[in-house]
Design a protein around this ligand. Structure first.
Ligand code: FDA
Length: 493
């Protein structure tokens, strides 16, 4: 039910009674737009017709988050939570359907506290991944954390959906290293792991953001990295054998030693092989000669640098760049994902490259699995794409101005790929959120299990039903919901 104007006013009044009024930014207030765009990545979701929040709350204390949930429940206003705002469908700050909702923006809650003796850290959801990496390395350059590459991503959303990164073949996903968490549930209670219980703790580590409550902070296990890592980026054109090398990479990449990750970016008529090796250049050259000779990697390709500098992307930029939260609103994007369990043949790769010669073509990023991803059980966390996955594909198109050609290209290319990727279900990664694969239907004010199953089994496979059971136990009235939140599995099923 859509709250009336009266209950919206009561909601705002309730918020202002429970926290400093400068933390409540109502639509129409002078700073509303600035706060709204502060972490929007994709200008697609900042237009005149975008369904915007009634207000944005910027808590500076856990009690403010609890108050926002309680006020929301009392006055029938739903909350969406935003950490870094990188959701590919903008679900943390806009609604795809007409709806009255408020946003809890956690950007002010971003402390990172490292325990050097335990090699653990508590990190608040509003911190960016860049802030986390920087703070850890400042304590000790030989400790790090296995998560994604884009430094402006928020910890809250990123951890909620998994966290694919260049060390996952050795250490797993970000969620595999979460030891504890603090969450505000749909009743406004603040719970740690012991308080929330193992089912809910399981669900928040990969079940996707926005379904179970607002995670305020995460305790993580840090990992050891050498004082210098070895890095290369080797482009191969078609003439240089890109197709043969890529065909071979599909089976070699997942079987390489766990210290070595080689991901591939295909764009235009070129494949770019990007590697991180947790060791020396010398030993990397030897490993490559032995395991993946086809790439012809030599010591001239190799650069040695600190792990933190690798995260920055080059050795010229100061590591302080990781602390910047600035995002640009200039590029429109659309993303989709797939998983490959059976290597794609050389002939098909030839066809794929012809797609990349077309008007409107985007790029694909291939992230190898294998290594420790193979040894973590499918049901250990909600992220089910473990044993047997060769690699993940992320499809990316970007544009400025008119996006018709490139989004049409993406739709057609994704259809073409159906034959060559995982099937029944066609697997997808929840952090590469894609509303095209399905959206919830709401009946009697609750998202239906059957509508959620359509997209949910693609993201979570056999873990979807357990996620829906947890949702029924902790939020049966479906207070925390969006177009792709986990629906409650209610009794009649
Ligand atoms: P945002 O704040 O938009 O939230 C995403 C979702 O989680 C929303 O539904 C939101 O409501 C919910 N949510 C946010 N905070 C929450 C909290 N504290 N508690 C509960 N729910 C919460 N992924 C990856 O695995 N590896 C990678 O290398 C990259 N790289 C990358 C680069 C770029 C440029 C982008 C835009 C995205 C990626 N991603 C990625 C995808 C990324 O992991 C995904 O978009 C995350 O959800 C982003 O988290 P934010 O907190 O920034 O998102």
């Amino acid at each position: 039910s859509v709250p009336s104007q009266a209950s919206s006013d009561d909601f705002l009044q309730c918020l202002r009674e429970k926290m400093p009024s400068e933390l409540v930014h109502a639509q129409g207030s002078s700073d509303f737009t600035a706060v709204l765009v502060s972490s929007i990545r994709n200008p697609k979701f900042f237009t005149d017709t975008t369904v915007r929040p009634l207000c944005i709350v910027t808590p500076t204390d856990a009690s403010h988050v609890q108050a926002a949930v309680r006020c929301g429940r009392w006055h029938g206003v739903r909350l969406r939570v935003r950490s870094g705002g990188h959701d590919y469908e903008g679900l943390s700050y806009r609604s795809a359907r007409p709806e009255v909702f408020a946003v809890v923006d956690l950007a002010n809650l971003r402390a990172v506290s490292v325990n050097k003796f335990e090699s653990t850290a508590w990190v608040d959801s509003g911190a960016t991944i860049g802030e986390l990496y920087y703070t850890i390395a400042k304590h000790n350059p030989q400790i790090a954390f296995p998560a994604g590459l884009c430094p402006t991503m928020g910890v809250g959303g990123h951890f909620s959906g998994g966290g694919i990164g260049m060390m996952m073949r050795k250490h797993g996903l970000a969620i595999d290293k979460v030891l504890d968490a603090k969450l505000v549930n749909a009743n406004g209670d603040l719970l740690d792991r012991a308080g929330m219980g193992e089912d809910l703790f399981w669900a928040i580590r990969g079940g996707g953001g926005g379904s179970f409550g607002i995670v305020l902070s995460w305790k993580v296990q840090l990992v050891h990295v050498p004082s210098a890592v070895a890095v290369f980026k080797i482009p191969k054109t078609l003439d240089q054998g890109a197709i043969d090398i890529l065909t071979r990479w599909q089976v070699v990449g997942p079987l390489l030693p766990r210290d070595l990750t080689i991901r591939v970016i295909v764009q235009g008529q070129q494949a770019l092989f990007q590697a991180l090796y947790l060791g020396t250049c010398r030993s990397l050259v030897a490993t490559m000669g032995y395991q993946f000779r086809e790439l012809n990697m030599t010591s001239a390709d190799c650069q040695s640098m600190t792990w933190l500098q690798f995260v920055v992307g080059n050795t010229d930029t100061p590591v302080e760049a990781l602390l910047s939260r600035n995002t640009s609103l200039s590029t429109f994007t659309k993303n989709k994902s797939d998983y490959v369990r059976t290597a794609i043949s050389k002939d098909v790769w030839r066809n794929i490259f012809s797609w990349f010669a077309m008007n409107g073509a985007g790029m694909i990023i291939l992230e190898p699995h294998g290594g420790s991803m193979d040894s973590i059980h499918t049901a250990a966390t909600p992220y089910p794409h473990r044993s047997g996955v060769l690699y993940n594909i992320q499809y990316v198109v970007f544009w400025q101005g008119d996006g018709t050609a490139t989004t049409t290209w993406l739709g057609n290319f994704y259809d073409f790929m159906a034959n060559y990727v995982s099937k029944n279900p066609r697997e997808a990664y929840v952090n590469y959120r894609d509303l095209d694969i399905g959206q919830n239907v709401v009946m009697d004010d609750v998202s239906t299990f059957d509508s959620g199953k359509v997209w949910g089994e693609q993201y979570f496979m056999s873990n979807f039903e357990r996620l829906a059971s947890v949702k029924a136990a902790v939020d049966p009235t479906d207070y925390f919901r969006n177009e792709q939140s986990i629906p409650p599995l209610l009794q009649e099923h």
